[in-house]
Design a protein around this ligand. Structure first.
Ligand SMILES: Nc1ncnc2c1ncn2[C@@H]1O[C@H](COP(=O)(O)OP(=O)(O)OP(=O)(O)O)[C@@H](O)[C@H]1O
Length: 503
């Protein structure tokens, strides 16, 4: 699969978006190079098009390129060999590909990446060697740097500089739109806005996110963007560091979507660990956001309206990150998991059952399937769907009451579980290796050797399973049509993605 950042790398300067001033200055530098013979530094944040601009300019000018990584020891060797001595008569490539007289035809554009990162590699002469090279080269040189002021004084004085600014969300969107048009993929405008926003100025990562979310699809919707960010995944402690130490509010939100923890767990972890990092004032602010997050989580519980989750996420990630004004680095001993209530434990048991019986990852079970089930069986209605669910996932009373929000001890829940048990038995008798093999009790599974491979997979599904599927689907539609959820939008997103995974 082609990497879209390569496939859609600008091939001419005109395609480098969002930095018109820098682009014009760069073009002027190239066109007047014969007159000044100075090297130029393109500096700015990662992914804003510096390297692309250098290659695009060379193409526009009809110049060859030689690209070297300045922090690479091999580059150091090459430079040592040529700096101050042969640079006038040879190219950095070591070959005599260039025209020594420096005519435009034979010109090579030397692109020296990571120019802010060369200290340490140049024991003999340090950045001085590069500075010498830059001063004496017979070929145009472009240095690329993220941090201009990390470059040595000497090097800065010997070069022109052009700053590349972060590419605004407004300039990112058309780039993404062009790519999707070329790929023949339709899209919701919201989806592109969202990618542009969360990537705060970094076009490369925006294009990467776009590919992750859209590649292979006919249409890109905003849910795909959220799901893709989540699938890319980051670890829990990476997430905590992102919120408490490293990232802006905006990037912290992205981490929140990338970590495999639901908002309520995120709140628990951040609540538990924030005091290990923040000072008193920051803590006071952070706790306010956490309190807001709790309010939204409460609303989710009360209404089963999972779309409120995002407000909890905004508060726990962006809010808590924004509450910090100190700079924190280094490593923190965060310690173990926060306290878990009985309810948390029940939930984890339910999620595990869903994951095992349905063949889902824990994350998918927790985030997509459980909310979906909770929505379609709210208060055990419709009853037959609830029975089918309990049978399918082999749920006991506490699990059914957790998912549906109905009291465990109610007759309603008990009779549902009984009917589900009957349904399972009937199904098991009717089919071996059918729908319920994923949750056959251990001893039975051992006896039915060879069936384990089918566990949790839909492949062994029978006609009866299909009927069950269709039944659940029909019910879901009825519910929605009748507006029984109270809110027709009620986490349609989760319903949809859960539905895909489910069947
Ligand atoms: N201004 C831009 N216009 C169009 N596409 C861009 C732009 N900036 C980045 N891209 C896309 O992102 C990819 C990577 O960009 P590029 O390598 O030029 O960024 P960079 O600023 O040099 O980053 P780094 O400092 O990390 O090398 C490009 O191949 C292209 O797909």
């Amino acid at each position: 699969m082609a990497d879209w950042t390569e496939k859609y790398r600008p091939s001419t300067l005109a395609e480098v978006r969002g930095n018109n001033k820098a682009r014009d200055a760069f073009e002027k530098w190239a066109k007047t190079w014969d007159d000044h013979r100075e090297a130029v530094v393109l500096h700015g944040a990662p992914g804003v098009g510096k390297t692309s601009a250098a290659h695009a300019l060379a193409a526009d000018m009809g110049w060859e390129t030689v690209e070297l990584n300045a922090s690479d020891q091999r580059t150091a060797d090459v430079i040592e060999r040529f700096a101050g001595r042969a640079a006038k008569n040879a190219t950095l490539a070591g070959a005599s590909a260039g025209d020594a007289s420096g005519t435009r035809e034979g010109r090579q554009l030397v692109i020296l990446d990571e120019a802010d990162n060369i200290h340490g590699n140049y024991d003999r002469g340090g950045a001085g060697a590069v500075t010498r090279l830059v001063k004496e080269s017979n070929q145009p040189i472009v240095l690329i740097a993220n941090e201009y002021y990390d470059m040595s004084n000497g090097l800065r004085n010997a070069t022109q500089d052009i700053e590349f600014r972060d590419v605004s969300a407004r300039s990112i969107v058309p780039v993404l739109r062009d790519i999707l048009r070329k790929e023949g993929i339709e899209f919701d405008d919201d989806a592109l806005d969202r990618i542009a926003e969360v990537n705060s100025g970094d076009l490369r990562s925006a294009v990467n996110d776009l590919q992750a979310a859209a590649d292979g699809k006919e249409r890109l919707a905003v849910e795909d963007v959220v799901t893709a960010a989540r699938d890319r995944g980051i670890g829990l402690f990476e997430y905590i560091d992102s919120v408490l130490k490293e990232d802006s509010a905006r990037d912290a939100i992205q981490s929140a979507y990338a970590v495999d923890e639901t908002p309520d767990d995120q709140v628990k972890w951040i609540e538990d660990k924030v005091s290990l990092v923040y000072d008193a004032e920051e803590l006071a602010r952070a706790y306010e956001f956490l309190a807001n997050a709790d309010v939204w989580l409460g609303r989710v519980m009360a209404t089963q309206e999972y779309s409120y989750w995002r407000y909890a996420t905004d508060n726990v990630a962006a809010g808590v990150a924004a509450a910090r004004d100190g700079t924190y680095g280094g490593w923190t001993r965060y310690g173990g998991a926060p306290y878990r209530s009985t309810r948390d434990k029940t939930r984890d048991d339910v999620v595990r059952k869903i994951a095992e019986s349905g063949g889902f990852s824990m994350g998918t079970a927790r985030r997509d399937v459980l909310p979906f089930l909770a929505t379609v069986t709210h208060h055990c209605k419709p009853r037959d769907v609830t029975v089918a669910m309990a049978a399918w996932y082999d749920l006991d009373e506490s699990a059914v009451s957790f998912v549906t929000g109905s009291g465990e001890t109610t007759n309603k829940v008990q009779s549902i579980v009984e009917d589900a048990a009957e349904m399972r038995e009937a199904e098991m008798e009717a089919h071996t290796g059918g729908a319920f093999t994923g949750s056959v009790p251990d001893d039975a599974a051992e006896g039915a050797d060879g069936n384990e491979d089918d566990a949790g997979s839909d492949e062994g599904a029978t006609d009866a399973d299909d009927e069950l599927d269709a039944d659940v689907l029909d019910r879901e539609e009825d519910e929605t049509d009748a507006g029984a959820d109270g809110d027709p939008d009620a986490e349609d997103d989760d319903g949809q993605s859960g539905l895909d995974d489910f069947f």
